[in-house]
Design a protein around this ligand. Structure first.
Ligand SMILES: [Zn+2]
Ligand SMILES: [Zn+2]
Length: 814
């Protein structure tokens, strides 16, 4: 959906007679002159790039070349031709380039050329959503190529059409869920299609991350296995947003060696990119007067929403076409309303040129708003999500990003909307009041000139592997050769399935023992997902995995679904369903939990003298005990309400570090402050981990203690909030020195005195952010960083190490 052909990119950039806009540098000067203290912490100039075309590969059939020409594509960009060439000669390839760089042409070219050259060949296209598959269907059908017969096959496909599609369609568009629930279990009926399968296209593959990504990785292995039974080895073409190390991620996802094409040769306008930190509120503002019981988490800075609204009003007043990205629909409406009010106060009527872009709008209404913005009838738009936006909405004069969007990949996708071809544009990232945003606006080197994050998934997660192997066995008995295909841990998972009676071992392989197929939900996690149901209508809005349900669906929770806000009336854990009603209150809700944890086993560790770093399995018991309501516009805490939910057990993967008490004393941490130091370091560490892994802080949990019975030392744990782990803690372990360095700097550089939401306070702390010691957290992290090698081959616990107790606790080292 984010893709357009190169020609379309250029023409959308030109647009009809727009008035010339002042240089971005001048615009930025005006914006920052508005306030007293300079809110701009950094300005980066991203230079314009001329596009670089390549000739059509000589294998391109003439009708295909003509079809692309009708669409306005004269020649491919170099990266498109490069990826297409690799795929055409049979190498699996991932193309990972920016917004609107034309990734779809890179896979359409070899796939369609093959369908035209070989009248028997077939292609399977996978998108993460039905909507994206439908968009891609329109694009392929619009080429009007003879004999390609593209068709969507998903949950909405009428039964009557399914037979025809299986027998005749040659370009089938679907999603991983349908492949898992429909196509693979029905492989006998799909044998004609599968035995001729030439390409598997995996679009937007960066969305397959965490537990969901690990499931999809095994669905693709199951697909490869079914094809192999017919002697078929399809070539995989993956398209990704710009991401770190795409070849490795694509390799983990498919289980195959994958070549990466990452050099974007599409043209782009220059962008002046400013990092913006809203000013501190005066000390005597309402924050100080807030009720003492809710004093923690009181905002100390002007909210990012207010700041973004003011910036939007200022750019619109200057006649600049601006798109503001805001995380929630309510937030987008607050920004649009405040900007309108400010503009109307200045020039009555000017406010009409700003609108909010709502997820609930019909496609036609959205297209109309996009048109109005492109033509300049509308000058400012506040929007929730890049994926809802039309393809043509690129080439804007300014983009405001309210709060870090979570990854550099999304940051560039959003900023990529700015920059007309041949023109210059402005992008501004407005920091919210949290550790990661604060760190980033003070560390431009973490944003610019470095690769975006790698997509993290862990196919070896036993909670994913075992159910997926059960599905595979139900499709066809597993053989020893299959174990290699499913990779690390497959043998253990099969053994456990035999033990529980799910599989039976025979001389010819492992057989599924039941009549019914195993029930496995790709987007859940083994436990039953909780259904979200609109109480008045009985309509099923969606599901939330069991692990997150207590956090997201407790009674009173504000639940966002596709940008629309609901409030939870009741959470019925026995039935696995939450009843909700549509409502848009002025507050958001933030659940808090309390946790205890025991170490089950150690996978790997680094012994660094007084410091130990570990990766292993842990059992976490946690209970969501209360939630806070916070005003959307200001972040101010309204109140904290108790909850009555049962405790839950979780076996997952954690990273943890330990310090010897002596090393802390020498660093100047008084024994009474050890707990506060570790607790503060834990909060900030969780806040900063998304810098290293594609997760957000709600995917991970933490625990810190001055003395843990299993490590016998002061310890900070950070764990994956998903059964079996999702790869985030593992990533933290592998990048520990970088991760903890960033954490230390974020705390040390925060301008607050005793800790604030920008550094060591956490919105999900079950202990009410108490105790916390900001200066001692820096001392603790300094000890860890001084001892931890930046590169160290981790050790596996084995018989030669510490024969009695496995790996040493840190106490032993100091
Ligand atoms: Zn602070
Ligand atoms: Zn806490």
């Amino acid at each position: 959906m984010q893709d357009v052909s190169p020609a379309a990119t250029v023409s959308a950039g030109r647009g009809p007679d727009r008035p010339p806009v002042g240089a971005p540098a001048e615009l930025l000067r005006r914006l920052r002159a508005r306030t007293g203290a300079d809110p701009v912490t950094h300005v980066e100039r991203v230079p314009a790039r001329a596009g670089e075309q390549a000739p059509w590969p000589d294998w391109t059939p003439e009708p295909l070349r003509a079809a692309f020409a009708r669409r306005g594509v004269v020649a491919p960009w170099r990266h498109q031709a490069q990826a297409a060439d690799l795929a055409y000669v049979g190498r699996s390839v991932v193309v990972a380039t920016g917004t609107a760089s034309g990734k779809s042409l890179a896979y359409q070219l070899p796939a369609l050329a093959t369908l035209l050259a070989d009248p028997r060949a077939t292609v399977l296209y996978l998108a993460p959503t039905k909507a994206l598959a439908a968009d891609q269907l329109r694009a392929v059908a619009g080429l009007e190529l003879d004999g390609v017969r593209p068709a969507c096959y998903d949950g909405d496909t009428p039964r009557a059409e399914r037979d025809w599609i299986r027998q005749h369609a040659r370009f089938v568009l679907t999603n991983p869920d349908m492949l898992h629930h429909g196509i693979l279990p029905g492989h006998a009926r799909w044998s004609g299609f599968l035995r001729r399968l030439a390409y598997v296209i995996v679009d937007e593959c960066h969305t397959y991350r965490g537990v969901f990504g690990s499931h999809v990785a095994h669905v693709l292995r199951r697909l490869r296995r079914q094809c192999a039974r017919f002697g078929r080895t399809p070539v995989f073409i993956l398209a990704s947003a710009t991401s770190g190390d795409p070849a490795t991620t694509a390799g983990r996802l498919t289980g195959l060696p994958v070549a990466a094409v990452t050099e974007d040769a599409s043209p782009r306008g220059g962008v002046t990119f400013a990092l913006w930190e809203p000013p501190l509120l005066p000390a005597d503002a309402d924050a100080a007067e807030a009720d003492a019981t809710v004093a923690d988490l009181a905002p100390v800075r002007r909210s990012a929403l207010r700041e973004t609204a003011d910036l939007l009003a200022d750019t619109v007043a200057a006649g600049v076409r601006t798109l503001a990205f805001v995380r929630s629909r309510k937030g987008a409406e607050v920004v649009a309303a405040n900007a309108r009010r400010a503009l109307d106060e200045a020039v009555p009527g000017l406010g009409e040129r700003v609108a909010a872009y709502r997820g609930g709008y019909l496609r036609e209404e959205r297209r109309e708003l996009e048109r109005a913005l492109l033509h300049g009838d509308l000058l400012g738009l506040a929007s929730t999500n890049a994926l809802e936006l039309g393809v043509d909405l690129v080439g804007l004069d300014a983009v405001l990003i309210c709060g870090w969007p979570g990854t550099r990949a999304s940051l560039w996708q959003q900023a990529g909307r700015a920059g007309r071809s041949g023109g210059e544009a402005l992008a501004v990232l407005v920091a919210r009041d949290d550790p990661l945003d604060t760190y980033l606006v003070h560390h431009p080197e973490a944003l610019f000139g470095r690769p975006v994050e790698a997509t993290v998934l862990d196919p070896a997660n036993p909670y994913v592997l075992a159910p997926q192997l059960a599905c595979a066995a139900a499709e066809a008995p597993l053989t020893p050769a299959d174990l290699d295909l499913f990779g690390e841990g497959a043998k253990e998972a099969v053994d456990s399935l035999v033990e529980t009676g799910a599989l039976r071992q025979r001389p010819t392989g492992w057989y599924w023992r039941h009549r019914e197929r195993p029930e496995v939900d790709l987007r859940g996690e083994g436990g039953a997902p909780v259904c979200v149901v609109e109480a008045a209508t009985g309509r099923l809005l969606g599901t939330v995995d069991g692990g997150s349900s207590h956090f997201l669906l407790h009674p009173g929770a504000v639940y966002l679904h596709q940008g629309v806000s609901y409030v939870v009336d009741a959470l019925d854990l026995a039935d696995g369903c939450a009843l909700v009603h549509p409502e848009e209150p002025d507050w958001s809700t933030h659940a808090r939990d309390v946790t205890s944890l025991t170490v089950a086993s150690v996978r790997s560790y680094v012994d660094a003298g007084p410091v130990g770093l570990f990766l292993g399995e842990v059992d976490v018991t946690s209970q969501v005990v209360s939630y806070q309501r916070r005003r959307i516009a200001s972040g101010e805490v309204i109140d904290t309400r108790p909850l009555d939910l049962p405790a839950r057990e979780l076996r997952t993967v954690a990273v943890w570090f330990t310090l010897s008490p002596e090393s802390m004393t020498s660093a100047g941490v008084a024994p009474a402050d050890v707990s506060g130091a570790l607790h503060a370091a834990e909060h900030a560490g969780i806040g900063l981990l998304p810098l290293m892994a594609t997760c957000d802080r709600w995917d991970i949990g933490g625990l810190s203690t001055a003395l843990h019975p299993d490590t016998e030392a002061p310890t900070v744990f950070v764990y994956d909030g998903h059964p079996g782990g999702a790869g985030f803690a593992e990533r933290a372990y592998r990048t520990a020195a970088q991760w903890l360095r960033a954490t230390r700097d974020a705390i040390a550089e925060c301008g607050c005195e005793a800790g604030c939401p920008s550094c060591v306070q956490s919105p999900k702390c079950g202990n009410g952010n108490n105790p916390l010691s900001k200066p001692d957290a820096v001392r603790v992290l300094d000890v860890v960083l001084a001892n931890l090698p930046t590169e160290h081959p981790p050790r596996q616990p084995g018989p030669t190490d510490a024969p009695d107790a496995g790996p040493p606790g840190a106490g032993a080292g100091g």
